[in-house]
Design a protein. Sequence first.
Length: 133
Amino acid sequence: MQGSQPEHDVRVLGMCPLYGLDDNLTGYYVLFLRDGEPNGYLLISFLHVGTPVVDLAFDGLGIFDDTQDVQMYTNTERVRYLGPDEFYVKNLSTNGTYISLFDNQVITETEAIQIYNKSYRLDGYNIGWNNRI
């Protein structure tokens, strides 16, 4: 990536795989460093037919608070990507619930299923074909 910005050292900090509730891969969250500092992210989604790049920024870490979070979620805890702006991890203190990476809101498994199913229904190819609700 130095070719695009030869005066800066731009590197990939990490690639966090994203999963649905069924443990299928739903995308990747790619994070970048520029001159040793967090400097952007790219969200690649497999939830819909069409352009897989659904979000990107040239600063910060997006859904992650710091680089330690990036390492933790990349190597241990699965991040559940259920649809637009819907990133969750399992709540280890309360079985059957999930915690939002955006605002720490706790949702039930039933609510998570509804969000996940709704995101699939946004895709025109799946409307009427998905009977999971």
